[in-house]
Design a binder for this molecule. Structure first.
Ligand code: 4AD
Ligand code: MG
Length: 477
């Protein structure tokens, strides 16, 4: 007898044949109907139990959460809600689940409660749908780059450099924190540490990816990155996944074109391949939005939003144009922004990004040519001497989803920048070498994977789109 996944059974039902399935009990109604789910699809298979045929002791073990193996003939179902069902002939219990203490009851749980039970929340429809979409999105990302001549590049996780220059790093050290070796000045002597220098978990694989783009042409990373920023928001994680393509001979416009095409392509993939899960998540979002005041509800349903992104050109404007729009905007004039926009050079906060995307343009926006002062050291300086070839992509409900730039390929300009920022050039010797030996214009960007999963699934909190979130004061599981 063949063992099937529930998805296989429903896709091409082998009617009137004996089949075997394994899964977890969602519900057991009237001592007769078991709804079984194995994670292969959002749908359950109904297994009909003739209780006279089974031992009472066995039936007592069938409760929500228990793991079962069931075999029987697959027949067309006369009942509502399913097309086929299994007439159970044999049931064996892999593992029982005490119905009184199993936290995942067949009812609505708050997201906060489920976060506290992150090891079990994958048994809910919502989390299973989100994680299947997350998996499909990873595949779509690899497929896009592999189809388009990019090589998958594995950036180191432990590094000595601070690519973004923000100093928000997790130290990697094997020194005894209670009794570290000291230098003559009384500083910790990292020469005696494992790597003989200060090291940290990477905040970005970009600098190393640049080295590889200068030999392989087009590369992309897809790996975990770490930021010790103390941001307790619905869009920040301390450990998140980032996709960073890096391309030799691409200027900023090529970079923006690629980012837009890439995003549209991976979202299309989801629309074509995750129909059932997206339909479920769309309904979940609608229900959730009903609890919000009218003004905060989204104008589009989830799949409409995704289609909208695929079908419409992203608006592209310079930082300078954005500042003008913001300066003259109602919330700025009425002092509704927490951070008022008064002058050119101000860093944009999420409230400004969301105003541009959600109120002003009602469309994804690419902002480019930012002031050098508010961006990282590696971005290419424009002729005006004060802006750099940076670009951020802003999304409705999310804010910044992509950050990228054309890189500074001129050794003299880069050296000046590094000196002005007080960065130790000895740390970056190899990065500077890239500008000495066959330098070329090149560009790249970073897509925050979880922010993209958030957008695709309509989940409000980034902690609910990664299996085990790491945030300040929280590394359980
Ligand atoms: O804008 P960021 O900091 O850019 C870089 O790291 C560049 N080195 C990328 C590159 O050019 N290769 O980060 C890129 C994206 C952001 O736009 C955001 O989507 C996401 O990474 N991100 C975070 N996502 C979750 N939690 C955090 N703490 C994040 N910080 C950034
Ligand atoms: Mg950024």
């Amino acid at each position: 007898m063949k063992s099937y996944s529930i998805n296989e059974l429903l896709q091409a039902p082998p009617l009137n044949q004996k089949v075997e399935v394994n899964g977890w009990v969602k519900t057991f109604r009237s001592n007769r109907f078991i709804a079984l789910n194995d994670g292969s699809t959002i749908q359950n298979i109904q297994c009909v139990v003739d209780f006279e045929q089974f031992d009472e002791e066995l039936l007592k073990k069938i409760a929500t959460g228990a793991a079962l193996k069931i075999s029987g003939v697959l027949v067309e179902s006369l009942g509502k809600g399913q097309s086929v069902e299994i007439q159970a002939e044999e049931i064996s219990v892999h593992g029982i689940s005490d119905p009184d203490s199993y936290p995942i009851q067949p009812k609505k749980h708050s997201m906060e409660f489920l976060r506290e039970h992150a090891h079990l929340r994958i048994r809910t429809n919502t989390f299973a749908a989100v994680m299947r979409v997350r998996s499909a999105l990873s595949f779509a990302i690899h497929a896009y780059f592999q189809k388009n001549g990019f090589y998958y590049f594995h950036a180191p996780i432990i590094t000595g450099s601070d690519a973004e220059g923000a100093g928000e790093m997790f130290r990697v050290s094997t020194l005894d924190p209670k009794n570290p070796p000291l230098t003559d000045n009384g500083d910790v002597n990292y020469k005696e540490d494992f790597f003989g220098k200060e090291t940290n978990l990477t905040v970005s694989g970009q600098l190393e990816a640049e080295a590889y783009a200068m030999g392989l042409g087009k590369v992309y990373t897809f790996g975990p990155t770490f930021r010790a920023e103390n941001s307790n928001t619905s869009r920040h994680l301390a450990e998140f996944w980032m996709i960073e393509p890096e391309m030799a001979f691409y200027d900023l416009k090529d970079n923006m074109d690629l980012a837009e095409d890439f995003i549209k392509n991976i979202i299309s993939y989801l629309l074509e391949n995750c129909e059932e899960d997206l339909a479920f998540l769309e309904k979940r979002l609608l229900d959730e939005e009903k609890t919000k005041p009218m003004a905060e509800r989204s104008e589009m349903k989830l799949r409409e939003k995704l289609k909208f992104v695929v079908d419409n050109e992203f608006i592209r404007i310079t930082y300078t144009e954005a500042i003008e729009i913001l300066r003259n905007s109602k919330p700025n004039k009425k002092k509704k922004f927490k951070f008022l926009i008064n002058e050119w050079g101000a860093d944009l906060q999420s409230e400004h990004e969301r105003y541009l995307v959600e109120k002003h343009f009602k469309c994804p926006v690419i902002l480019f040519d930012y002031p050098a002062k508010i961006k990282a050291f590696y971005m290419r300086l424009n002729e005006d001497g004060k802006t750099v070839r940076a670009m951020d992509i802003l999304f409705p409900g999310i804010g910044e989803i992509v950050g990228g730039s054309q890189r500074e390929e001129r050794l003299d300009v880069l050296n000046e920048k590094i000196a002005a920022l007080g960065i130790d050039e000895k740390e970056l010797w190899w990065y500077l070498d890239l500008r000495k030996f066959g330098t070329a214009i090149h560009s790249g960007f970073g897509l925050g994977f979880e922010r993209m999963v958030q957008f695709a699934t309509g989940m409000g909190n980034i902690r609910d789109v990664i299996p085990f979130p790491r945030t300040p004061q929280n590394a359980e599981f």
